[in-house]
Design a protein around this ligand. Structure first.
Ligand code: S3P
Length: 169
């Protein structure tokens, strides 16, 4: 299944890169977070607050299983925590070519310091939380990825060119 899949930490640019890539490659784009919100008719913050993180993690796996049956030649961007589950990493590999958009903690912090939509970063000291989570997650992102793209200090055009050069059609 030759989908292009974008993974990486919150705020690394998956959604924007996914949208722009969909224009350039003329493929449709799917975002697992948006699919879950649409199906649940509520936001991710509401899901976390009402049913907790583990409910959300199960929904992520369900949405990937559904994509295995339906997605081909698409761009798929996934939530930042999704590749932490082993089953999810296996499903991602089955779905297509996986690109890890890698950003430094400081880059992520600058982009998300005023964001209120990521429940995991709403506590005290978000930079420390970002650093801890990123360090924990980076090996899993690398394990899931076919290609690692460093995004710090790069324009979206530069990032898109790098991805396009590596996409296997
Ligand atoms: C999460 C990332 C979010 C969203 C949820 C949890 C995470 O998606 O799935 O808030 O655990 O990193 P984005 O990576 O698109 O922000």
């Amino acid at each position: 299944m030759s989908n292009v899949i974008l993974i990486g930490f919150m705020g690394c640019g998956k959604t924007t890169v996914g949208l722009r890539l969909s224009y350039r490659l003329r493929r449709t784009v799917i975002d697992t977070d948006k699919e879950i919100e649409r199906e649940e008719k509520r936001t991710i913050s509401e899901i976390f607050a009402t049913d907790g993180e583990s409910y959300f993690r199960d929904r992520e796996t369900q949405s990937l299983r559904k994509l295995i049956d339906t997605a081909a030649n698409q761009i798929i961007s996934v939530g930042g925590g999704l590749p932490m589950r082993e089953e999810n990493r296996r499903l991602l590999r089955e779905l297509g070519q996986v690109f890890y958009l890698r950003a430094e903690a400081e880059t992520i912090y600058e982009r998300l310091k005023d964001d209120t939509t990521r429940p995991l970063l709403q506590g005290e000291n978000p930079l420390t939380k970002i650093k801890t989570l990123l360090q924990e997650r980076d090996p899993y992102y690398r394990e899931a990825a076919d290609v690692v793209i460093t995004v710090d200090g790069k324009s979206f055009d530069e990032i898109l060119c790098e991805i396009e050069e590596k996409v296997i059609e």
